[in-house]
Design a protein around this ligand. Structure first.
Ligand SMILES: Nc1ncnc2c1ncn2[C@@H]1O[C@H](COP(=O)(O)OP(=O)(O)OP(=O)(O)O)[C@@H](O)[C@H]1O
Ligand SMILES: [Mg+2]
Length: 322
């Protein structure tokens, strides 16, 4: 449904994105993840026909975003990073106007607008002026205008930004409910959001794609070590030294020290279970083993690792264990 090939965009001498390629299948919800300035908005603007690329091609619903932009626009809903809303118009009238511009037939337009207001949780503000709405409500109106023509493809640039926690949950489930029939690409900074609603994630950093995979596979593929959290009642310095001496342990960090009880994060090679040796050592020294549990890598750890590895470029000297 979306095919991006070797896309590059220069702003003057700056390459905002470079040789970006990926594809999104029909019915997929894909998360576009990257730090500030990574090139997410740039890519999405190109997909939504808001500006041309410097090189490469992008096709949406089978049409070229540059040479067949009208066809693409007709089939795409775009929520831009900064939603340009007509502040002097009431919400319902504004959505009706957008629907008209997007070619929604007059006959079904009113019903369509009412439907989309219901779905985007703005039915109660239909008569209010867009310019007087709070940021969160404006964001929801933005989402409603993207959905109003019932598009096949949705390009959503940070759809949950500025919403309160309750609305975030509702908007996420709204987006999730679109899976299957519609194809969605959304950008976000919020990592749990990606695991919650996306079947695949594209990680972009400094204008280049660094990983494309399902959140689960990414987590499994990139966690090269096991992590265990232990809480030990014993002299922290000695405990730290003892844990570091254990065979198979790659690194130990002291996370907290409360009332003389230290919490430590122990990292070991993935294929090596150090829990038995660890508990034996602690108990053998006469200390109290108050907690011992495995903790996985979070998507956040992986994201940071991918992004910082990219920046370091030289794998040698990397502190993370291979
Ligand atoms: N109009 C512009 N003129 C010049 N440089 C730009 C312009 N728009 C974006 N850039 C640059 O292009 C790069 C990518 O920006 P982009 O907005 O695509 O990033 P982003 O991933 O959306 O970031 P954020 O998470 O902050 O929204 C950045 O280095 C940015 O400074
Ligand atoms: Mg952006």
């Amino acid at each position: 449904m979306i095919q991006v090939e070797h896309l590059t965009k220069h702003y003057g001498p700056v390459a905002a994105i470079q040789d970006v390629s990926f594809s999104v299948e029909k019915g997929e919800i894909v998360g576009f993840l990257g730090p500030n300035g990574a090139g997410k908005t740039t890519t999405m603007r190109i997909l939504a026909c808001f500006m041309p690329a410097s090189a490469g091609t992008a096709r949406v619903a089978g049409y070229d975003v540059f040479s067949q932009s009208l066809e693409v626009r007709r089939r795409t809903g775009y929520l831009p990073e900064h939603v340009p809303l007509y502040s002097e118009m009431p919400v319902a009238a504004y959505l009706d106007f957008v629907a008209e511009v997007k070619g929604v037939p007059r006959a079904g337009r009113k019903r369509r607008v009412a439907e989309v207001m219901e779905r985007c949780l703005i039915a109660d503000v239909g008569h209010r002026l867009v310019g007087r709405l709070s940021k969160g409500y404006r964001q929801r109106v933005g989402l409603a205008q993207a959905l109003v023509n019932d598009p096949e493809v949705l390009v959503l640039d940070e759809p949950t930004i500025g919403l309160d926690p309750k609305q975030i949950i509702e908007i996420r489930s709204l987006i999730k409910s679109l899976a299957g029939q519609r194809t969605v690409i959304l950008s976000t900074h919020i990592l749990p959001e990606v695991s919650m609603i996306c079947s695949r994630v594209i990680i972009i950093n400094q204008g280049q794609i660094v990983a494309v995979d399902s959140p689960e596979t990414l987590t499994a593929r990139l966690s090269q070590s096991e992590r265990i959290q232990v809480q030990v009642d014993g002299p922290p310095g000695a405990v730290l030294a003892e844990l570091r001496r254990l065979p198979g342990v790659l690194a130990v960090d002291q996370k907290a020290l409360v009332n003389g009880i230290g919490t430590f994060l122990v990292e070991s090679a993935r294929d090596r279970d150090v829990r038995r040796d660890l508990s034996r050592a602690v108990v053998g020294r006469g200390w109290g083993l108050l907690e011992l549990r495995g903790i996985g890598m979070t998507l956040e750890d992986i994201f940071i690792r991918l992004v910082t590895e990219e920046q370091a470029t030289t794998p040698a000297g990397d502190e993370t264990p291979a």
